[in-house]
Design a protein around this ligand. Sequence first.
Ligand code: C5J
Length: 221
Amino acid sequence: MAKVHAKPFDYEFAVPTTALIVIDMQRDFIEPGGFGETLGNNVKLLAAIVPTVKRLLDTCRKAGMTIIHTREAHRPDLSDLPPAKLKRGNPKLRIGDPSAMGRILIAGEPGNDIVAGCAPLPGEIVIDKPGKGAFYATALGDILRLRGITHLLFAGVTTEVCVQTTMREANDRGYDSLLIEDATESYFPEFKRAAMDMIRAQGAIVGWTATCDQLAAALHK
Ligand code: C5J
């Protein structure tokens, strides 16, 4: 068993029954001209964590852990896009519109790719998800069950939207989850702080948090 010096108390896990889930490290959220920027956000904040997410991936790869990447992605015919999600907000470009990186948030388009620094390696699992949570309308639950996974490490963007939604879905399904503090980011730093506080409040009501270095120390990597 590995023990991470986490908050609000130590987090224990075994590598064979643990998966790292990296949420939505996509060009559409992280690079100029994508969905994130069309919503009026400063994408530089998110780009800053790419080296740490890469270090986390390398640490977990060296340990032999199951690695899962997610992408927020819709079908080209938009048949999995609820009208409420399409209409929400006042973006310059909506989901499915053409942009400098192809159609916004559409599977297979250049902007929907994971950024080069965090690219999946052959054999790693990539899940396309139409919602904010990675369990909704995907095979994630079945994939974890087939591998006997009981513990989940989380990274990616954005902390209070897709990361926190997926951690809450995982919590209700009985997983013990650890969020890597410096490998997640929000367009709103105060929302990141609040999301981390909410996750670990009341004795880890949703899960634990720790830094990438604290995880590496627990794995001796
Ligand atoms: C958002 C995400 N923020 N991946 N998606 O719309 O958090």
